[in-house]
Ligand binder design. Structure first.
Ligand SMILES: Nc1ncnc2c1ncn2[C@@H]1O[C@H](COP(=O)(O)OP(=O)(O)OP(=O)(O)O)[C@@H](O)[C@H]1O
Ligand SMILES: [Mg+2]
Length: 456
């Protein structure tokens, strides 16, 4: 018996540049609050994004696509990540960048397909036979190692579980002991053990211990009611990609295998189209039977102009399929050539027929005051103290170059401040790093002015 939970393969988000963003900052009517949840200004785009969030929540949006379009540094990526925050952790959100499709090992459409499946969630309700309760006793019983040597091995585990109704002592397989250790189970925790697979789930600490220490990270749960041995409804949130992985690699994902296992003998090592089709079939069956529910999430494709015509054709078709997530694109390009074509010009570098099915949200350049507020926010999240006049200079720089450039000056400026023996960033620091590091436009200007000095 081997127990392992299906590991979520949700990508960790690239958020360091956006870590101050906590949501869209809308009020109950969906109106954007001037400065809230880390976002400043850009009201129309935020309100439009709020409507998109509502549509996703009410599941009216699957198979549609939205595009955030606007000049560089106007908050497109920031707003997309705010949408993810609003949706919460139960709705899958898969961020990717257009250029990710170019790999020498994997086909472009394969990359897109994988990310599509990361963005489609499945909520599975299963009634399982479990042993549940507060741990009153946890004793591994050791024996001599049967293979000789000095070590000892665990022969079995004695575990005591208590509920409001009674207490039960169980003698369990050593493999369960491993999963108990993996979940870091101690006396006083509330857990359940699945009877047929032996999988252990720690639900939290029993609330009789709630006053003991006040660790914020700890979740307190009440003592379970009913018998220790019972049938329990277990809810699992996974994505289609999680299922692909769990079934492609036999060593992982025992939990899902308990459901899917009847159909697919775990021999496969690679995710193939055939495997995906089979999984879809099983998933559809479970949906029909009411065991599982589809949760269409969001696939966010940043820098969509990096995709080529082949990808666009694929996307077009994928959006039509019965199980599709909502796709959010973002781009800062104007009219440009569609990649992979000779010379077909199109707005945003996206083919017209795909553009035609999009809802487009525009982001606009910021005013000086808004820039100042955003820079102040960034300073706060990075733990920097910035003088008022330094902030003014910086927002001035931001308005002539880009917001991103101004944000990026903050860290070097804090270093020069430190070199000069200060903990606050002064005007001079900003001016100094501003002359040391160029923004894209001035660098391009220098290049064209000194063409003869560079190799070409
Ligand atoms: N309205 C806003 N409120 C707070 N912070 C913002 C806002 N807009 C942008 N930012 C921050 O400014 C920086 C640049 O914005 P962002 O990366 O979202 O721009 P973008 O439109 O995606 O640009 P690009 O086209 O270059 O990708 C980020 O650190 C972002 O978090
Ligand atoms: Mg961006």
């Amino acid at each position: 018996m081997k127990i392992e939970e299906v590991k979520s393969t949700a990508k960790t988000q690239r958020i360091s540049a956006h870590s101050h963003i906590k949501g869209l900052g809308l009020d109950d009517n969906g109106t954007a609050i001037g400065m809230a949840a880390g976002l400043v200004g850009q009201k129309d785009a935020r309100e439009a994004a709020g409507i998109v969030v509502d549509m996703i929540r009410s599941k009216k949006m699957a198979g549609r696509a939205v595009m955030l379009a606007g000049p560089p540094g106007t908050g497109k990526t920031a707003i997309a990540l705010a949408i993810a925050q609003e949706l919460g952790s139960k709705v899958p959100f898969c961020p990717m960048v257009g250029s990710e499709v170019y790999s020498t090992e994997i086909k472009k459409t394969e990359v897109l397909m994988e990310n599509f499946r990361r963005a489609i969630g499945l909520r599975i309700k299963e009634t399982k036979e479990v042993y549940e309760g507060e741990v009153t006793e946890l004793t591994p019983v050791e024996t001599e190692n049967p293979l000789g040597g000095y070590g000892k091995t665990v022969a079995h585990v004695i575990i005591g579980l208590k509920t409001a109704k009674g207490t039960k002592q169980l003698k369990l397989d050593p493999s369960v002991y491993e999963s108990l250790q993996k979940e870091k189970v101690e006396g006083g925790d509330v857990i359940y053990i699945e009877a047929n697979s032996g999988a252990v789930k720690r639900q939290g600490r029993s609330d009789t211990y709630a006053t003991e220490f006040d660790l914020e990270a700890e979740e307190y749960v009440p003592l379970p009611k009913g018998d220790v041995h019972k049938k329990k409804e277990v809810i699992q949130d996974v994505t289609l990609h999680d299922l692909d992985i769990a079934n492609a690699r036999p060593q992982g994902g025992q939990d899902i295998l308990s459901m899917m296992g009847q159909l697919m003998k775990p021999k496969k090592t690679e995710i193939t189209d055939k495997l995906r089709k089979e999984i879809n079939k099983v998933v559809n069956k479970y949906i029909d039977q009411g065991i599982a529910e589809l949760v269409p999430g969001v696939l966010f494709i940043d820098e969509v102009h990096m995709l080529d015509i082949e990808c666009f054709t694929y996307l077009h078709r994928a959006l039509e399929s019965a199980i599709a997530p909502i796709v959010i694109f973002a781009t800062n390009r104007g009219r440009c050539v569609i990649r992979g074509t000779e010379d077909i010009l199109s707005p945003h570098g996206v083919p017209l027929d795909l553009l035609d099915r999009l809802l487009i949200i525009r982001t606009l350049p910021y005013s000086r005051d808004e820039l100042e507020l955003i820079l102040k926010l960034r300073g706060q999240t990075e733990g920097l103290v910035i003088d008022d006049d330094a902030l003014t200079v910086l927002s001035e720089i931001g308005s002539t170059t880009t917001l991103r450039y101004a944000v990026q000056l903050l860290t070097p400026a804090s270093l020069t401040a430190r070199v000069n023996g200060r903990s606050n960033i002064a005007k001079e620091d900003i001016q100094e790093v501003g002359s040391l590091f160029l923004d894209a436009k001035s660098s391009a200007k220098i290049l064209s002015q000194n063409k003869d000095k560079f190799m070409s």
